[in-house]
Ligand binder design. Structure first.
Ligand SMILES: [Fe+2]
Length: 189
């Protein structure tokens, strides 16, 4: 059976949300489950392999974030089953269904790992925000509330990650961000 068929499978349930809505909600939730599992393992990858003078604080931070993601994996999977759906949550399914790119294996220092994670937390945060609206529109305020909770934490974690990068970006030490600042300065003049 394909992952797509599994992701939309529904069991009989007495819950009052119509099956037509539930099938769409569990498909969205299974996308989130895949992305959350993927992001959790990528964050662990950073936790294990980060090097450099900021090693210890980043090693700890990445573990804290991975722990939060692990909790969300369980919450998302159990919301799927509460709606009568089938949670598609193996590592192989997550790898093939995740919206996120694979983690780079050739990076070393703290800044590279923080950048790689920020580049993945941002699209994950976007997916969550879209899911808040979609599940609300489908009449499931409880799933929208779950998404809102996860979304708020992920935005905070994106801030934590980006706070490591913003000094050099604001000061123009990075190519792209530096150009942006120069353009802004030119526009003010
Ligand atoms: Fe560890």
């Amino acid at each position: 059976m394909s992952d797509n068929t599994l992701a939309s499978r529904l069991y009989p349930t007495r819950i009052d949300i119509p099956a037509q809505a539930r099938v769409q909600i569990v498909v969205i939730l299974n996308q989130t489950l895949a992305a959350t599992l993927d992001l959790k393992t990528q964050t662990k990858q950073a936790h294990w392999n980060v090097k450099g003078t900021d090693f210890y604080q980043l090693h700890e931070l990445f573990d804290e974030i991975a722990g939060e993601l692990e909790e969300y994996v369980d919450m998302v999977a159990e919301r799927i089953t509460a709606l009568g759906g089938y949670a598609v949550g193996t590592a192989r399914a997550a790898a093939s269904n995740s919206i996120l790119p694979e983690y780079p294996f050739d990076i070393l220092d703290g800044k590279e790992h923080v950048t790689a994670l920020a580049d993945r937390f941002a699209p994950y945060a976007k997916h969550l925000r879209e899911a808040i609206d979609k599940t609300n529109e489908l009449g499931d305020a409880d799933t929208a509330d779950l998404y809102t909770e996860i979304s708020r934490t992920i935005d905070k974690r994106l801030w934590f990650l980006e706070a490591h990068l913003q000094v050099s970006e604001v000061k123009g030490e990075n190519g792209a961000a530096g150009a942006t600042k120069t353009q802004k300065t030119a526009a003010v003049k």
